[in-house]
Design a protein around this ligand. Structure first.
Ligand SMILES: Nc1ncnc2c1ncn2[C@@H]1O[C@H](COP(=O)(O)OP(=O)(O)OP(=O)(O)O)[C@@H](O)[C@H]1O
Ligand SMILES: [Mg+2]
Length: 226
């Protein structure tokens, strides 16, 4: 049986909107995710999917409750410790690729590894990942020399360069056409399954949701199993 890797305990998130006004987005959410599980999160626009993902991924603080990663409450740590934990344990892929225009495909992939440790080995890892996402022949291309689907594949490779335990994906194929979206998704799924990476994947796509190990719907601030 796989071990529990991340857990949400009684998680709440409210945003302050104007004087004395609160928007309650997440209401008492409890969730357990096991190592290697691919978890889908669906829900209508504005239901709080990105908010939930950011809090789970240590990018935004909850209003109340805990995010327990490997038996430790993430938000007990200061920002410096938290960003170290984040850089060496988590990977992120967003709807927009956020690649750096001045860096090549390989340099973009390798960047998060260089931030952790400046080592020539990082380039080997980057090359291996480029092969895995099927873009080795685009190694020296700059972002403006890549298609939308290719950019997202590079962003996926970058998210995996530090061999993260968990990848948080926020609609990474949302900007692509159906055919490309499916291709990128299948490729992503193959790679994370092969590496045994845990994934939290936000999507609007019902077909994708069916391919996850487990999917939840965020509905009026609560997570419902579907
Ligand atoms: N920083 C903020 N301050 C105030 N309200 C916010 C903030 N960020 C998000 N919200 C509100 O919180 C709600 C949830 O936002 P969130 O981005 O998590 O939704 P989502 O489910 O990811 O939507 P989408 O599918 O459109 O990406 C929305 O109603 C949004 O307007
Ligand atoms: Mg969102």
């Amino acid at each position: 049986m796989n071990e529990k890797i991340i857990e949400l305990r009684n998680l709440h998130k409210s945003y302050e909107i104007g004087k004395n006004k609160q928007l309650e987005v997440l209401k008492n959410i409890t969730l357990e995710v096991k190592q290697g599980e691919v978890v889908g999160i669906v829900g209508v626009s504005g239901s709080g999917k990105s908010t939930l993902l950011h809090i789970m991924g240590s990018l935004d603080h909850p209003t109340a409750g805990q995010v327990i990663y490997k038996n430790e409450d993430l938000y007990q740590y200061n920002d410096e410790v938290l960003s170290n934990i984040r850089n060496s344990n988590f990977g992120f892929v967003f709807q927009f690729h956020y690649l750096i225009n001045e860096l090549t495909a390989l340099e973009n992939i390798v960047l998060p590894a260089m931030i952790l440790k400046n080592s020539p080995k990082n380039y080997e890892k980057g090359r291996t990942l480029l092969k895995e996402v099927g873009l080795y022949d685009r190694i020296d291309h700059y972002p403006n020399e890549l298609s939308g689907g290719e950019l997202q594949r590079i962003a996926i490779a970058r998210a995996l360069v530090n061999a993260p335990n968990i990848v948080f994906a926020d609609e990474p194929t949302g900007e692509l056409d159906n055919e490309n979206s499916e291709k990128v998704f299948e490729m992503f799924l193959d790679i994370v399954k092969k590496h045994g990476t845990t994934v939290i994947f936000v999507t609007h796509n019902k077909e994708f949701a069916e391919k996850m190990d487990i999917t939840y719907r965020l509905h009026y601030g609560k997570l419902e199993g579907i």
